[in-house]
Design a protein around this ligand. Structure first.
Ligand code: F0G
Length: 458
């Protein structure tokens, strides 16, 4: 008999979880104004709000942490991180920042001006926020297949080259500061971009004289999918695949809270000394001196190790098989999810799950609230609340997909937790015909409203 699969690690430290009652949860979510970001973590049993900064560090990371060098300038921790970044991405220059959106803030302060156009594959909300904040425009060039949840496609994060060329040929190169390739593409369901697509985007970028920037939060998960799904990569190591991916990038922003497996941190890496120098000015203003940029030395040390660990095949296999395990359970129950199952999360198609709830009443948010009440499980809406209003017309933007994302933290939960999640979803699925109305907004912020929105039941 073939031995079954098991995790490539064992557990050394644990954190207690508290179960709650349905009555408590009904009260708590009401007090939270039906915004799951407003819940206290002890009101949540299984927290799938995000896989960002919620992972468990390894013993090697914790021991590296103890060796952190907290010197203001020239800390050894900075050089440890620089060495990891050079080894993994092959980029000469780097600037630490306190998280991914800070990297966006610094780089876009340097490169994005009012009226600029930034094409890419379904820009993440902070990325789009930082572009729109500067009165630029993010143009989504993701392939159409990404928006048909039941359609199987190995690389739903891919950029549609026809859409991209239309943008590149419609504006002068000076108006297009960069093309952003998000690996994996969070907004389209944690879906990877193929090496072929990355290469073709780079070729087109060179033709039009526009640089390519990778939004790199889940770069290692992207490489794992290339290894599994793309012809010619089966025998390459994850590190070789990552190195090739980044050979097609001019620069990168990184949220280290994902595939850096640390709780806080980010960075910019790039090849151009000129852009590095320009960005360093903003880094010093917004983040900190160029050798710490908002990170403590101990955190840079832990990240230097985390990047090496997240690019090991065994780690990625354990992680992605767990997401697959949960996704398969949901498929068995007949629950409509984004196919194929993504790298960091399972995305539930809320429009198909709750067909009676009108889109004006926030379908995916309605589902997120039901799942919380059912099992104390906190997911996140990737739908109309997140899509926000059009900056000019101020009308709600209704995205093609209304998704409930169940993001799985790295090395945190066991498959027993996955079983609880699946059954909670099934219970909501079984009573879905009774869920016909959603929510209305009582308060919203002018930008990135989903974090602080206040809602009431209709
Ligand atoms: N880019 C992508 C693709 C992301 O998913 C995120 C964050 C960021 C940039 C910003 O990084 O949070 O470190 O400032 N995504 C988190 C999530 C918040 O839950 O998906 P950050």
């Amino acid at each position: 008999m073939e031995l079954p699969f098991a995790e490539s690690y064992k557990i050394k430290m644990v954190e207690p979880l508290r179960r709650s009652t349905r009555e408590e949860r009904i009260q708590w979510i009401k007090e939270a104004k039906y915004n799951l970001f407003n819940l206290r973590s002890d009101q949540v049993f299984i927290d799938l709000l995000t896989d960002s900064g919620t992972g468990a560090m390894s013993d090697r990371q914790w021991s590296a942490l103890m060796m952190g060098d907290e010197s203001y300038a020239g800390a050894s921790s900075y050089f440890n991180l620089k060495e990891s970044i050079q080894k993994i991405f092959g980029m000469e220059y780097f600037l630490p920042t306190h998280q991914g959106r800070a990297a966006e803030n610094v780089l876009f302060s340097t490169l994005v001006k009012s009226g600029d156009i930034v094409p890419g594959n379904s820009h993440f909300d902070t990325t789009k926020g930082h572009i729109e904040f500067r009165h630029g425009k993010a143009v989504d060039c993701t392939i159409d297949e990404a928006f048909v949840t039941e359609m199987e496609h190995p690389f739903k994060g891919n950029i549609d080259l026809t859409k991209l060329e239309k943008v590149l040929s419609s504006y002068p190169a000076e108006k297009i500061p960069m093309i952003i390739v998000t690996v994996t593409c969070n907004t389209s369901g944690g879906q990877p971009v193929s090496m072929k697509n990355i290469r073709e985007v780079k070729e087109m970028a060179v033709k039009y004289g526009v640089p390519v920037c990778f939004d790199s939060a889940r770069f290692a998960e992207n490489a794992y999918f290339i290894k599994l799904r793309e012809e010619g990569y089966q025998n390459k190591t994850i590190k070789e695949i990552v190195f090739e991916m980044y050979s097609y990038a001019d620069m990168m922003t990184m949220s280290s809270k994902k595939d850096g497996i640390v709780n806080m941190g980010g960075f910019i890496a790039l090849r151009s000394q000129q852009i590095f120098r320009d960005a360093a000015v903003y880094n010093i203003m917004f983040e900190g001196f160029i050798t710490y940029g908002g990170m403590s030395g101990r955190d840079m040390n832990a990240l230097a190790v985390g990047l090496m660990e997240s690019t090991e095949f065994e780690y990625l296999e354990t992680r992605i098989k767990q997401i697959e395990y949960l996704g398969q359970k949901l498929i068995e129950f007949g629950i409509p999810i984004q196919r194929p199952i993504g790298g960091h999360a399972v995305f539930i198609d809320a429009k198909k799950f709750l067909p009676s709830v009108p889109k004006e009443e926030y379908i995916a948010q309605t589902l997120a609230i039901e799942v919380y009440i059912e099992g104390g499980i906190r997911g996140v809406e990737i739908g109309t609340l997140l899509a926000d209003r059009d900056p000019e017309s101020r009308e709600n933007r209704y995205p093609a997909l209304e998704l409930l994302r169940l993001a799985i933290p790295r090395r945190v939960y066991t498959n027993n937790h996955m079983d609880v999640i699946a059954v909670a979803l099934k219970n909501v699925w079984d009573r879905r015909d009774n869920i016909k109305t959603g929510y209305k907004i009582l308060y919203e912020a002018p930008i990135m409203r989903h974090f602080t929105v206040e809602l009431d039941k209709i």
